[in-house]
Design a protein around this ligand. Structure first.
Ligand SMILES: Nc1nc2c(ncn2[C@@H]2O[C@H](COP(=O)(O)OP(=O)(O)OP(=O)(O)O)[C@@H](O)[C@H]2O)c(=O)[nH]1
Ligand SMILES: [Mg+2]
Length: 363
């Protein structure tokens, strides 16, 4: 492990220097791709598997500046490849901090690579508390994968709104697929809202649990368990192995009480040790079984098209909202209605309608 040289930086310093570095990178990327023909060339480089071109495109996807959005959309138009997207599997991986998600991805990713696939790992973490420390942690936990030319690892973008992160993640998935990655793993911390967003961007959702502590569900909300397509009780090694097996059978029983899955599958609960790499090939088999079933019963396509429609609706909503808030006149009217709602002079719904009506009359 590398020794730290010089005085230790605070998290705040690290965050601001990482933001600065990102801004500088964006400026460099902008300059490098300024010429009109450059976007086409950039797209070709991505499709030919250039990791640098892919990384730069993802940086652009993480930006919310209008000029960056325009360029990214042109780039996405050029790289769009429905055949590659149809062949790829998008897998969400969640679980409480420390459950072993990154360690699991290291073993799981390697197993897919052994089978001839190319693996991209994206992380979603809109919380601002976790700083660079966890990114460094992720990179050491995914040491082998980081060095593998058939893998591409992209740590979480710096803090943004959840909506912004979800959009950027979806676009990053499309970019990775265009670059020939056909197993996309999206890691998210299972404690907040981000897993709902990731669930809506992925085909299958894997929930990692700790051995023991079955009854309080380890701070994982029931709603998150209901989103899972596969439950893995990790750290089934050493003295905890027995407990892990017991927990897995308890989860398997618990999921029977949940509503039937939309994909028509049974949610299995299995044990693994990400560290000792046991249960990994069984996990690959379980995912393959799910994909086989969903291809034959239409859920794979059906879920993707539901997700696209939802994304379209969400984007329209957020763009409408952003646009209407731009004019200073409208901001005044907005604040006035907000005050009226706050003081209970008008119902929230009536205020929303009142807000929308002048807009409708302008069109
Ligand atoms: N005994 C044992 N320890 C494990 C196993 N998997 C992970 N760990 C350890 O658990 C700790 C956390 O692992 P990570 O892979 O970083 O966990 P994570 O869920 O990615 O954590 P965050 O990214 O912080 O949410 C590390 O010290 C790992 O070595 C396992 O299968 N068995
Ligand atoms: Mg991690």
């Amino acid at each position: 492990m590398a020794q730290n040289a010089g005085p230790k930086k605070s998290n705040k310093d690290e965050r601001s220097s990482s933001l600065e570095a990102r801004e500088q990178a964006k400026a460099r990327i902008s300059k490098a791709h300024q010429a009109p023909h450059a976007i086409k060339q950039w797209a070709d480089e991505i499709q030919n598997g250039s990791r640098k071109a892919l990384g730069q495109a993802i940086t652009l996807a993480e930006s919310s500046l209008a000029k960056d959005r325009d360029r990214l959309e042109t780039l996405l138009d050029h790289v769009q490849s429905p055949e590659r997207s149809q062949k790829s599997w998008r897998l969400g991986i969640t679980g409480v901090p420390g459950v072993g998600k990154s360690t699991f991805i290291e073993s799981f990713g390697a197993a897919w690579i052994d089978q001839g696939h190319r693996v991209a790992v994206l992380a979603v973490d809109p919380s601002s508390e976790r700083s660079k420390g966890s990114l460094l942690g992720d990179q050491t936990r995914m040491e082998t994968l980081t060095k593998n030319p058939k893998a591409f690892i992209r740590p979480s973008p710096t803090a943004q709104t959840l909506g912004g992160v979800a959009r950027a993640t979806h676009e990053s998935i499309l970019l990775c697929e265009a670059a020939g990655f056909d197993r996309i793993l999206v890691e998210t911390v299972g404690v907040g809202q981000s897993e709902t967003a990731v669930r809506q961007l992925t085909d299958a959702f894997i929930l990692l649990m700790l051995p023991g502590a079955g009854d309080d569900l380890q701070g994982i909300k029931r709603g998150i368990m209901e989103m899972a397509d596969l439950i893995l009780v990790n750290k089934c090694d050493g003295p905890a192995a027995q407990q892990a097996k017991l927990a897995a059978s308890q989860y398997a029983q618990a999921v029977h009480l949940f509503p039937p899955t939309e994909g028509g599958h049974t949610v299995h609960a299995q044990t693994i040790s990400a560290l000792e790499q046991t249960g990994i090939s069984e996990t690959c088999n379980s995912i393959e079984d799910l994909m086989l079933l969903w291809s034959s019963n239409g859920w794979f396509e059906g879920q993707r098209s539901q997700q696209s429609i939802r994304q379209f609706n969400d984007h329209v909503r957020s763009l409408l909202f952003e646009n209407t808030q731009l004019s200073p006149h409208q901001t005044g009217a907005w604040k006035h209605l907000q005050t009226q709602v706050q003081q209970q002079q008008i119902s929230a719904f009536a205020a929303a309608r009142k807000w929308m009506n002048p807009l409708a009359s302008q069109t």
